[in-house]
Design a protein around this ligand. Structure first.
Ligand SMILES: Nc1ncnc2c1ncn2[C@@H]1O[C@H](COP(=O)(O)OP(=O)(O)OP(=O)(O)O)[C@@H](O)[C@H]1O
Ligand SMILES: O=C(O)[C@@H](O)C(=O)CO
Length: 420
C-alpha cells in the first residue's frame, strides 16, 4: 500500500477514494479500497490506496484522536509512504474539534510540522481564499452550514476556527504563493514553525500544485480535493500502474435512504418524490416508538422496482423544533438506529442496490451491515463513486455526502449501481 487515508466519516471516505481511483485526466488512478473501520489483518497485496472510514467527526475529541492513531498504526503497518487525514470540505467541526486535535496528534506521531490543511473542493463549490472558506459564492457561515444539525459552522475564517481546536498556532499560505507553483508552496511550508497551515486553493490547478508540492510529505490533510494529484505522484514515480476504478454493475432490488437535512439532499428528495414512491419519516413518531424500522422496510420492499425512498430530511425549522423537544443527541441516536435497523432488514430481504444520503446516516447504515472492504467503481457525481461490498451476496452502494450530487442524483445513482 502506497497511500493511506484516515477519513472522519463514511461518505467522506468514499469521496476521497473516488478522487484517488480517478486520478488526473489521462494519467489514471490508484487501485483503491475503502475499509469500514480499521481492518483486522493485512490488506490484499494489490491495494495501492487504502481508505479507512471512521465515524469520528462528531464524537468526543479524545476518542477521535485515539481511533485516528489506531488507523495510522494499521496504515503504517501496510508500509504506506503517505498519510492523508480527510475531513469535510465544509470543515465540519466544533470549537472543540475534531479536525485540530486529530491533525495535531497525527503530526506528533509522524514527527512533522508545516502540515497542509486545505478543505477546498472546487468541483463542489468549496474554495479557500485568504484563509476563508466559501461554498459557491457564499462565506461558509452564510451558506446554510450555519444551520448544520450537529456542527453549525458559524465562522468562515478557518484559521480562527482551527485555532480554537489546537494547542499550537495555525499558519497560512496565501493564493499568491500557491500560484507561484509547487517549489514556492514547498518552501513556504518548510519555513513554518506551526504544525498546521491553512493553504488557499480556488481551482483544481491550485490543488494540483499543492499536491505536487507535498509529494514527499508524510502527512497531508484536507477535503478530497487535496488528493487530486496524489495518485499521479506515485504513478509518475513508476510505483503504481494507473489502473484506477473497478468496473461494477450490480442489478437487483433497490432502496434509497435519506437522513441528511442539507439543501442539496432536500432538493433531491423533492424531485425524486414527484415520480417515485416516497415516505417521509415522522421524527417525533420515531422518538415515541410509533414509527419503526419495520414500517420503513415494508414500504421499501412493497415498492421494489420503483426506486422507493424513505427520508427524514427536514427544513432547519423542523430540525430545530424536534431537537428542542427531544434533544439533539437523542434525535440523532434514534434516527441512526432507525436507518441502521432498516438497512439490515433490507439486505436480509434481498436488496442489492442501496443509496444513502448523509455522512452520519451512511455511517450508521454501513456499520450495521457486515460488508467487508468496499471496491471503488465509477464516479456517479463529483465526490460520489459506485461502491461494491465483498462477500457471497455483494451489495452495491452509493454513500452520498449531504450536499453532494445533482438534483436527479437518486435515479442516476441507482442506474450507475446497475452498471448502466
Ligand atoms: N428531521 C430531522 N430532525 C432532526 N434531526 C434530523 C432530522 N433528519 C435527520 N436528522 C439528523 O441530522 C443529521 C444529518 O447528518 P448526516 O451526516 O447524515 O447528513 P449531512 O450532515 O447533511 O451529511 P454530510 O455529513 O455528509 O454533510 C443526523 O444526525 C440525523 O440524525
Ligand atoms: O468533503 C466533503 O464535503 C464530503 O466528503 C464529506 O465529508 C461530507 O460528509
Amino acid at each position: 500500500m502506497l497511500l493511506g487515508v484516515i477519513a472522519d466519516d463514511f461518505t467522506g471516505a468514499s469521496d476521497i477514494a473516488n478522487t484517488l481511483a480517478k486520478g488526473l485526466p489521462g494519467e489514471g488512478g490508484l487501485r483503491t479500497v475503502q475499509y469500514l473501520g480499521i481492518p483486522h489483518g493485512k490488506a490484499e497485496p494489490d491495494v495501492e490506496a487504502g481508505v479507512i472510514a471512521l465515524k469520528s467527526r462528531s464524537i468526543e475529541a479524545a476518542a477521535a484522536v485515539e481511533q485516528s492513531l489506531a488507523a495510522l498504526r494499521w496504515l503504517l503497518g501496510q508500509d504506506c509512504e503517505q498519510i492523508v487525514f480527510k475531513y469535510c470540505s465544509t470543515f465540519d467541526s466544533t470549537p472543540q474539534g475534531n479536525i485540530g486535535p486529530v491533525a495535531e496528534a497525527l503530526a506528533r506521531a509522524l514527527d512533522v510540522k508545516g502540515v497542509v490543511v486545505c478543505p477546498a473542493f472546487p468541483g463542489a463549490g468549496r474554495t479557500v481564499y485568504q484563509g476563508h472558506l466559501f461554498v459557491k459564492d457564499r462565506l461558509l457561515n452564510e451558506s446554510g452550514l450555519q444551520n448544520h444539525p450537529l456542527n453549525p459552522m458559524t465562522d468562515a475564517d478557518i484559521r480562527r476556527w482551527l485555532r480554537l481546536q489546537t494547542t499550537g498556532g495555525v499558519g497560512h499560505v496565501d493564493i499568491a504563493t500557491v500560484r507561484e507553483g509547487p517549489a514556492s508552496i514547498k518552501a513556504a511550508l518548510r519555513k513554518q514553525d506551526n504544525t498546521l497551515v491553512i493553504v488557499d486553493a480556488i481551482t483544481d490547478d491550485d490543488l494540483v500544485a499543492i499536491g505536487r508540492a507535498v509529494a514527499s510529505c508524510r502527512l497531508v490533510t484536507g477535503g478530497s480535493g487535496i488528493a487530486i494529484s496524489l495518485a499521479a505522484n506515485f504513478i509518475g514515480r513508476g510505483l503504481a500502474a494507473g489502473t484506477g476504478a473497478a468496473v461494477i454493475g450490480m442489478d437487483g432490488p433497490e432502496a434509497i435512504l435519506a437522513g441528511s437535512c442539507s439543501g442539496a439532499t432536500r432538493e433531491q428528495v423533492d424531485i425524486h418524490r414527484k415520480d417515485h414512491p416516497a415516505l417521509a419519516i415522522d421524527v417525533a413518531g420515531v422518538l415515541d416508538g410509533s414509527v419503526t424500522a419495520a414500517d420503513l422496510t415494508s414500504f421499501l420492499l412493497a415498492n421494489r422496482g420503483r426506486a422507493p425512498l424513505v427520508y427524514s430530511s427536514g427544513t432547519p425549522g423542523e430540525v430545530q423544533a424536534v431537537q428542542a423537544r427531544f434533544g439533539r443527541e437523542t434525535v440523532a441516536a434514534a434516527l441512526d438506529g432507525l436507518f441502521a435497523s432498516t438497512a439490515r432488514e433490507l439486505v436480509k430481504a434481498g436488496i442489492r442496490r442501496l443509496v444513502v444520503a448523509g455522512g452520519e446516516t451512511s455511517g450508521a447504515v454501513v456499520s450495521a451491515l457486515d460488508l467487508g472492504a468496499l471496491t471503488i467503481g465509477a464516479e456517479i457525481d463529483p465526490g460520489v463513486p459506485v461502491l461494491l461490498s465483498g462477500g457471497d451476496e455483494p451489495v452495491a452502494l452509493a454513500l452520498k455526502s449531504g450536499n453532494f450530487g445533482a438534483p436527479d442524483f437518486f435515479t442516476k445513482a441507482l442506474e450507475r449501481l446497475a452498471g448502466r
